[in-house]
Design a protein around this ligand. Structure first.
Ligand code: NAG
Ligand code: NAG
Ligand code: NAG
Ligand code: NAG
Length: 505
């Protein structure tokens, strides 16, 4: 009798144990996957496997060695210099901001006609231009950012009564702002970008901080306490079967089976998919079995995935002053506000160079920024070809034919990388930002009576308040961990370091 009671009790305990310790697979060890996996551990889930296709964790945060320092080939800006931004908070906590220069450097501007432009004039106008897109816009549906910006920038130019001597340069400076917007968004044409794009953006995103050279440290800091044996690198996923019933050697059945390209497979109760929107676009139709529901496919097809290519230029000697943080190239008589990145005129899109500072840490390194199709074109160029073209370009604008060539050129490859296929999500005209909410919805099996959250989605493209940012990725991953915790009625756990506001979902 006594014995029987014990074994019954044992059975009950194991049933509870099984129910409350689900097997969870997270696909992708970028910030979204890291956010999900670490938060799941915090919430007491112990059976969490983090799968990564490439050789390294970090996703669209990555590094390369250039000269004397490591540089960030991926994300390098913190958007929102406030404690409520978990990325700012975590970067600070881990000491990643300690050697970041606090003061902004100066702005060096060259034009194709050799005019001298005062920084003050340019800054005033640029700031006025930025306000155009901060204004409350009554109706943004079916309107494009390009159309709206061109119209408003024209009004600003016509009515600008500051420095009359520079009157001609107003449209050049606002044109540069348009090109900067393309780089910010990663699009090829501002006329394809929805004017509603930033409608739901969080107010917390005010203020940017360049932490280039330090961002790549963050992913490994966040995974410090995560069991290393649960992180599997070089494990691309070839197929995710869900709504199934797969028997495991432990005599349990699981609804999800994740197939790896190397032939392996992992059974799970839940899979959190954090691959980029670019990868979803390319692979969703073959990756999921059964296929994703129509709403999800609609969201994947109707959101856009932008791309950004950085060109790192390392020089023996700098040709810029030590306090310069940005070098801009302006075209004086460019047809008004041409806001397209045209690969046939790709040098016209190579207008923005930032300086990696401080010089003592990085040496003499510039970053040229290219958006969309221009970036894609640059990714295919050889180092020699790119070096020669960029050097001619800079010599023409600086009117200095002895300007040195860089000793090393390195362009990023986010578009051609099959595990990223670009930079981040943007909202094309005609698409509602709420499509991101649809992308975020979890999928449950058809067999049960209650939702069982078999497939969950995270990533910057699933969060309309923070998309395209590192904190967007991180917060979306944590969001899905919280969703699973609620589902399994798990609460509490230790207090999260650098929490985020639940306004984001
Ligand atoms: C935007 O365009 C779509 C398709 O042409 C149309 O169905 C919709 O009503 C338009 N929305 C507004 C606010 O004009
Ligand atoms: C300003 O623009 C006008 C009209 O395009 C042109 O005639 C004039 O030469 C320009 N002035 C300068 C200083 O470039
Ligand atoms: C941008 O818009 C143009 C014209 O509306 C269209 O032909 C083109 O395919 C669009 N490009 C993208 C990337 O959406
Ligand atoms: C041209 O650039 C070289 C290299 O930076 C510099 O030494 C030289 O002084 C520059 N010439 C002029 C006219 O600025």
């Amino acid at each position: 009798m006594q014995k029987l009671t014990w074994s019954v009790l044992f059975l009950v305990i194991s049933a509870v144990e099984l129910k409350t310790n689900p097997k969870i697979v997270v696909v992708g060890a970028g910030m979204a996957g890291i956010g999900a996996a670490t938060q799941l551990r915090e919430l007491g889930f112990t059976d969490v496997t983090l799968l990564e296709a490439s050789e390294e964790i970090g996703g669209r945060i990555n590094k390369a060695q250039l000269g004397k320092a490591w540089i960030d080939t991926g994300a390098q800006y913190i958007h929102g210099v406030v404690e409520t931004n978990p990325v700012y908070c975590l970067a600070k906590k881990h000491g990643l901001l300690d050697d970041v220069l606090k003061e902004e450097g100066s702005w060096s501007i060259f034009t194709d006609k050799g005019s001298k432009i005062s920084q003050k004039f340019a800054e005033n106008l640029y700031t006025a231009g930025e306000k155009i897109l901060e204004k409350e816009i009554d109706s943004c549906d079916n309107n494009t950012m390009g159309h709206y910006f061109a119209e408003e920038a024209q009004k600003l130019t016509d009515n600008w009564n500051g420095d009359t001597e520079n009157k001609n340069l107003t449209s050049s400076i606002l044109g540069k702002l348009g090109k900067d917007l393309l780089v910010t968004i990663g699009a090829s044409d501002l006329n394809n970008v929805s004017l509603c794009s930033w409608q739901h953006f969080s107010d917390e995103m005010k203020g940017d901080m360049d932490i280039g050279g330090n961002m790549f440290l963050l992913p490994s800091k966040l995974l410090e306490d995560f069991p290393k044996e649960n992180i599997l690198l070089k494990k691309p996923v070839s197929r995710i079967e869900w709504d199934g019933s797969f028997s495991a050697p432990d005599a349990r059945t699981y609804p999800v089976r994740v197939h790896l390209l190397d032939g392996g497979e992992i059974l799970a109760d839940h899979v959190v998919v954090t691959i980029s929107l670019g990868c979803l676009k390319a692979q969703a139709s073959s990756l999921f079995s059964p296929h994703l529901p129509e709403d999800k496919v609609h969201a994947i097809n109707h959101l856009e995935f932008g791309s950004i290519t950085k060109i790192f230029l390392e020089y023996e000697e700098p040709f810029w002053e030590s306090d310069v943080s940005e070098i801009s190239l302006l075209w004086e008589d460019e047809s008004h506000f041409l806001m397209k990145a045209d690969p046939n005129q790709w040098l016209k899109s190579l207008h923005l160079f930032t300086v990696m500072r401080p010089r003592e840490k990085f040496g003499n390194v510039l970053i040229g920024w290219c958006a969309g199709r221009v970036g894609n074109h640059i990714e295919t160029m050889s180092e020699e070809e790119l070096s020669a073209a960029v050097t001619d370009h800079l010599r023409a604008f600086t009117r200095n034919s002895s300007l040195p060539a860089p000793k090393k050129v390195l362009q990023t490859q986010w578009q051609s990388n099959p595990f990223t296929r670009g930079a981040y999500t943007y909202i094309p005209v005609g698409t509602d930002p709420h499509e991101m909410d649809k992308l975020a919805l979890p999928l449950s099996g058809s067999k049960g009576t209650e939702p069982d959250l078999q497939v969950l989605f995270a990533g910057e493209g699933t969060i309309k308040t923070l998309y395209s940012t590192v904190q967007g990725a991180l917060v979306s991953g944590r969001r899905e961990a919280e969703r699973l915790a609620q589902h399994h009625r798990r609460t509490g756990g230790p207090l999260v370091v650098c929490p985020f506001s639940s306004d984001h979902y």
